[in-house]
Design a protein around this ligand. Structure first.
Ligand SMILES: Cc1ncc(COP(=O)(O)O)c(C=O)c1O
Length: 348
């Protein structure tokens, strides 16, 4: 049986959160002399002399509306990378606990485990990049606190079968971190709709991909109110800056613009999927539910360097186990994709 209190680190259970000036003051006032700010103003523009809302209330309220969850089920991080790191610090005691990830997958799970001195266990995805569920269940140890699943998976691009995710959610007493960074590009609903069914589910999303705000650094975690309250307890007080809160709130008024961009990117992805297999050097094009495509080519290093010479940079994934000979290509604009296809077709 999953019991959150049993997996939260004892020091996190015991500690008191930092109480910031803006946390302690509630109500309205004219004169703010509580946070040692510069009351003369800011060279950066209006309001930037003030600390931002530590709980990001306006932003969370709008996100809750769009995603159909309660604001208390949302944590906002300085990119989802911050949420990943905080999840480790929330449940994994360094030098004692372990995590499980399913390579080939997003590299930050491993980096965060290493940084936090958490033992890294791995079960390789199958040849079609799905989860070998029995093997994963057999690899869970009493010390396993986190299991990372990325769907659609980076760098392979495919959605993970929902039945596998559900079986693991039902049979693991630690937290399952389901990374949906690329879910906006997939033809499948988000697991946020099922949050209330699974007390051990944490869903990560990000504004860096479909929303086009990678430069602002805004990531999201959705989970039970209890899990979110622990993430809030341990986060740096002002982790989402004022510019990010303001600009993201503005962008969230234009959800139709998001749909248009996603539609265009998916359309471009499908054109690439049609064109790439016809090129002599391309051996395999993996199916993609994301905004990138993994291709297997005859000479990955050669093609990678050749494209670089042409001013086109893709991601060389050929040294990663399970992705031998592979390049990962982000879907670009129509012109960029044509330039890419032209360049690959001329590679000898
Ligand atoms: C699967 C996955 N999760 C998370 C991230 C990081 O997102 P963010 O920019 O919100 O830190 C990435 C970035 O490439 C990613 O591929």
């Amino acid at each position: 049986m999953f019991n959150l209190k049993e997996i939260i680190r004892p020091n996190v259970l015991k500690m008191k959160a930092y109480s910031s000036a803006r946390d302690e003051f509630k109500g309205t006032a004219e004169v703010f002399l509580d946070a040692n700010e510069n009351n003369l103003g800011s060279l950066a523009g209006e309001n930037y002399n003030r600390y931002p809302d530590p709980q990001q209330k306006a932003l969370k309220s709008r996100i809750a509306e769009i995603k159909g969850v309660r604001p208390e089920q949302i944590f906002l991080g300085n990119g989802s990378d911050e949420a990943i790191d905080l999840l480790f610090r929330m449940v994994c005691t360094p030098g004692q606990d372990s995590m499980l990830h399913l390579p080939p997958t997003y590299g930050m799970y491993e980096v965060s485990a290493n940084l936090n001195d958490v033992q890294l266990d791995a079960v390789q995805l199958t040849s079609d990049f799905q989860i070998p569920v029995k093997e994963v269940l057999a690899s869970i140890k009493p010390t396993t606190k986190l299991l990372f699943i990325c769907s659609p998976n980076n760098p392979t691009g495919n959605l993970i079968e929902p039945e596998s995710i559900e079986t693991l959610l039902d049979n693991f007493d630690g937290l399952i971190v389901l990374d949906e960074a690329y879910a906006d590009f997939a033809n499948a609903g988000s697991w946020t709709k099922r949050l209330d069914e699974f007390p051990n589910l944490v869903i990560l999303q990000t504004f860096s991909k479909a929303w086009g705000m990678a430069g602002l650094r805004l990531g999201l975690a959705f989970a039970s109110e209890e899990i979110i309250s622990f993430l809030n307890k341990i986060k740096p007080p002002y982790n989402i800056n004022e510019a990010t809160q303001k600009l993201a709130l503005q962008a969230l008024q234009h959800t139709e613009g998001l749909c248009d961009m996603v539609e265009e990117i998916v359309q471009e992805r499908e054109l690439l999927m049609l064109a790439l297999p016809g090129l002599a050097t391309v051996e395999k094009v993996y199916p993609s539910d994301a905004n990138f495509i993994l291709i297997k080519v005859k000479d990955a290093d050669g093609l990678y360097n050749y494209l670089l010479d042409k001013g086109i940079v893709v991601r060389n994934r050929s040294t990663i186990k399970g992705c031998e000979g592979c390049l990962r290509i982000s879907v670009g604009t129509l012109e960029e994709n044509q330039q890419l296809l032209q360049a690959i077709s001329e590679f000898r």
